[in-house]
Design a protein around this ligand. Structure first.
Ligand code: 4AD
Ligand code: MG
Length: 500
């Protein structure tokens, strides 16, 4: 339907379009779902959609052809694509033949034509993507992946597939899900000093990955620049519109890089390329159109068409401000002192940035667009980050060379850093956090090498300065589409209980 309504050069025409005679209106077959049907005495009109566009096409039918049609029924309609005398469409499909491919029990269908809340629709993940706006979000997801792939390929990054079941907790935040297929063995039994039983599936504790970064560091040292878009899992305690327990993270790692600005440039250029493409694409036009006249309910979304267009332009415009963590705290304190803003949590250097602070920084410093906050205190960040450097290249304790990219509404979209590539310093950072050794059951409770020994090998056997970042892909989709709750941009697990 998109190719019918919006024929573009190079846009492949639907395979079911058959032009029998060039002078006549083309005879085509449209496969889709009836969105609504209007039956009159001598003629009937059906609006048919297929997920490729927010729009529907109008099929003109005889009362007999329309007899078994109702909302939600799947059909294949063959007819002539003819200029329409009616209002609201340039062409319509004058039906020659119709096949009903699948019926719909409209009365009991959980998807009703009336207004349904986002919260209710979240209970129908297997059905809600049929709604035109949710179908559009699936197309956005696919388009952004295509753009990222193209962008990284142009820059000679190698796409890699890191493991998802790992033995380490990269972020050290204790948010791992333990994989324990053997129900009899408690998770972490080896780490807790018990011997692994013979029939245990894994002989050491295994977790679902919280970040592929450590593995990307290994790959990057082999092929220089790598990226991945991988599922990521976090046993998140925060139930917010920005947190998920399963999400996709885009991660990239670059070797032979000494200046963190190069890593931030990669983030900035990639997001700029994606926004630019969106501005000229059909998906982009439809996202704006959806905000003009909200075609689907997404309660909580407040963005207007102009607001969304401005958001994309904010990504295209640059360069984005880069501000030190220390300066950001001072900026927030000044804003409070001048009565410009009132926070629930007063800004405090030692407490870190709260979501409300991040939001304010993006709105004010980023002028409604992105802003990088760099060089956070070491105590707030994971073990692998390298110390910050002063202007003359000396290391500067106790801050680390890291950055968060903040955007309005979503707040933290990207986190990245330079990695500690020196062996002795990394060993020290791990020792300070008790990450190097674990209790070994087989050795009667003695200490043995921990699961990150391989990570130290990367420093033992030819280490180079490097850095990288991770971007919350589902958060990015929220930002690009104006959807305010992350639960509405992805497929949640289908419910196991009976539907209402
Ligand atoms: O800031 P994070 O925790 O950084 C890392 O994991 C690094 N090891 C990445 C790297 O350098 N390769 O996570 C990166 C991004 C965050 O900025 C956020 O956008 C997203 O991942 N994210 C989440 N998105 C949805 N739900 C959650 N629970 C998320 N936790 C992080
Ligand atoms: Mg982070």
């Amino acid at each position: 339907i998109a190719s019918l309504l919006n024929p573009q050069p190079g846009h492949s025409q639907h395979s079911s379009i058959i032009t029998a005679d060039a002078s006549a209106a083309p005879c085509i077959t449209v496969n889709g779902f009836v969105r609504s049907v209007r039956k009159q005495k001598r003629v009937a009109f059906a609006a048919v959609g297929d997920g490729s566009s927010l729009q529907t096409i109008q099929a003109v039918l005889s009362p007999e052809q329309a007899e078994n049609l109702s909302t939600g029924v799947a059909v294949a309609i063959t007819g002539q694509w003819t200029p329409s005398p009616g209002q609201g469409q340039t062409h319509e499909l004058v039906t020659k033949g119709i096949r009903i491919l699948g019926g719909n029990d409209a009365a009991s269908s959980p998807l009703q034509k009336k207004y349904q809340t986002s919260e209710y629709l979240r209970t129908l993940p297997h059905l809600r993507s049929r709604l035109p706006f949710n179908a559009l979000l699936l197309r956005l997801r696919s388009q952004v992946i295509a753009q990222m792939t193209q962008h990284f390929s142009n820059l000679d990054f190698v796409q890699v597939h890191p493991p998802l079941i790992t033995s380490s907790d990269c972020e050290g935040a204790g948010e791992v899900f333990t994989v324990s297929p053997d129900a009899k063995s408690p998770p972490n039994c080896i780490a807790d000093g018990q011997a692994a039983s013979k029939d245990q599936f894994f002989q050491a504790p295994k977790y679902l990955t919280v970040s592929s970064q450590l593995h990307l560091e290994a790959f990057a040292q082999s092929v220089n620049k790598v990226w991945t878009l991988s599922p990521t899992f976090r046993a998140e305690k925060s139930d917010t519109p920005r947190h998920l327990s399963e999400f996709y993270m885009l991660e990239a790692e670059l070797t032979f890089v000494e200046d963190m600005a190069e890593v931030m440039d990669v983030v900035e250029d990639m997001l700029r390329a994606i926004a630019r493409h969106l501005q000229s694409s059909y998906v982009g036009q439809e996202l704006l159109q959806a905000r003009r006249k909200k075609s689907e309910p997404h309660d909580g979304d407040t963005i207007s068409e102009a607001g969304l267009a401005q958001r994309w332009q904010g990504l295209v415009d640059g360069p984005w401000p880069r501000i030190e963590y220390n300066e950001a705290i001072v900026y927030l304190m000044d804003a409070v002192a001048q009565g410009e803003v009132c926070f629930d949590f007063p800004p405090d250097h030692a407490e870190g940035l709260q979501t409300e602070h991040e939001r304010f920084l993006a709105e004010k410093l980023g002028r409604g667009g992105p802003v990088f906050v760099i060089n956070y205190p070491q105590s707030m960040k994971p073990f692998y980050m390298a110390p910050s450097k002063t202007a003359d290249g000396d290391t500067r304790q106790p801050t680390v060379a890291c950055f968060d990219l903040l955007v309005p509404e979503i707040c933290e979209l990207v986190g990245g850093s330079m990695r500690e590539h020196r062996l002795a310093e990394l060993v020290q950072a791990m020792d300070e956090r008790g990450l190097r050794h674990s209790m070994s059951g087989q050795l009667d409770g003695q200490m043995s090498d921990g699961p990150l020994e391989w990570y130290l090998d990367l420093r033992r056997y030819g280490s180079v300065p490097h850095g990288g970042f991770g971007l919350g892909f589902d958060r990015l989709l929220c930002y690009l589409s104006g959807v305010s709750n992350i639960k509405d941009v992805l497929a949640l697990e289908a419910p196991s209980r009976a539907l209402p």
